[in-house]
Design a protein around this ligand. Structure first.
Ligand code: NDP
Length: 333
């Protein structure tokens, strides 16, 4: 079995990851760490976790195999480095850190310690995105030419905290959502972005100089160009993902989400076909892959290197927005 410690008494763990770990026949949650002893105890009681601790040392000296890090973004680096040093596998939330340089430090530490490091880019686990990736790889749209990602949402009230008030915690929509879009584009297209041009806005929700909306234009190695829209402030927008090729288009709706929902339509000279895909829970699949990686079978669905890539892309988007110039993307891998 895989014994897990949770680092961070977070919403994402409560809503998705605790269930995803327990959905694995061999997954067990042994401890939760919060910076507040009181919150740790409450969280442990509410979620049936045997042990509540309030320091990193305490969780890492527990008999666990792996940690899931879902604290605010400025804490991931230190916590992942300590976990690697203690020989624990690390599944870390995105963005891996506040800078791609720090993310590279994490990946190097994981390698040195011989532990598995994964980035929790859940969308790679969506049946919809995997169906799109397979269709593209099989040549069903010919040569991919352009892509659009629609990922502007309304940030739920219970999450209107550090994301819109704390630059020092890695707030802002670019570190929150653009990282996912960059990763999903890489995954679906099987291609890497080389350059980005971005505009960001503060449309009334985020303060402290943070952005709550972004539009990015990406150039990929293959010459494909893509656009993505991320936001916290649009109450009535749908999400979607389109890839247009020389022989066809893939049109996916309602797929930039945490749930296994949505549709993917392939449109070619022959007409339209709705692609079928599996509806497994995204986070449960992420965990299954991670457990397999611990056993030495394959890689996590998104690796540490993938986390470096998505953060380097987001970083370049922020630089572009502040400089008014297109910025090259270099993950230095
Ligand atoms: P939360 O705001 O719910 O939790 C982050 C931290 O805030 C917790 O670790 C906790 O600190 C503290 N906290 C939580 N609730 C309270 C409270 N009521 N009072 C005081 N402090 C509190 O963040 P999210 O779960 O939304 O995000 C956590 C991480 O997960 C981020 O890195 C984010 O980017 C990522 N994320 C990833 C998603 C994905 O699908 N891959 C989706 C959502 C988030 P402490 O642990 O010290 O108690």
């Amino acid at each position: 079995s895989v014994r897990w410690g949770l680092i961070g008494a977070s919403t994402i763990a409560r809503q998705f990851m605790i269930n995803a770990i327990r959905a694995q026949g061999d997954g067990e949650i042994v401890a939760v760490m919060s910076s507040s002893p009181e919150r740790a105890t409450d969280y442990a009681r509410e979620n049936n976790i045997p042990l509540a601790v309030s320091t990193l040392d305490a969780v890492l000296s527990t008999d666990i195999d792996a940690v899931y890090i879902s604290t605010t973004n400025e804490l991931h680096l230190e916590q992942a480095l300590a976990a690697a040093k203690a020989g624990k596998h690390v599944l870390c939330e995105k963005p891996l850190a506040l800078t791609s340089a720090d993310a590279r430090t994490m990946v190097a530490a994981a390698k040195a310690a011989g532990i598995v490091l994964g980035t929790n880019h859940h969308l790679r686990n969506a049946g919809a995105h995997r169906a799109m990736r397979e269709a593209i790889a099989a040549g069903r749209i010919g040569k991919p030419i352009a892509a659009c990602v629609f990922h502007a949402v309304y940030l739920p009230e219970n999450l209107q905290g550090w994301r819109i008030t704390k630059p020092e915690a890695g707030g802002g929509v670019v570190l929150d959502i653009t990282v996912h879009d960059a990763d999903t584009l890489r995954f679906v297209l099987g291609d890497d972005p080389v350059e980005v041009s971005a505009f960001t806005q503060s449309a009334g929700m985020a303060g402290s100089g943070l952005e709550d909306g972004a539009m990015c234009i990406w150039r990929f190695k293959s010459c494909l160009i893509a656009q993505s829209h991320e936001g916290f402030t649009t109450k009535f927008a749908d999400t979607g993902f389109e890839v247009h090729g020389s022989e066809g288009s893939l049109i996916a709706r309602n797929v930039m989400t945490q749930k296994p929902i949505g549709s993917v339509t392939l449109r070619t000279a022959k007409g339209e076909e709705d692609l079928r895909f599996d509806r497994e829970d995204l986070y449960a699949r992420s965990l299954r892959q991670f457990h397999a990686a611990i056993r030495g079978e394959g890689q996590p669905s998104a690796t540490g290197e993938d986390g470096i890539w998505s953060l380097a892309a987001a970083e370049a988007a922020l630089q572009s927005a502040s400089s008014g110039k297109a910025v090259k993307i270099d993950p230095k891998l």
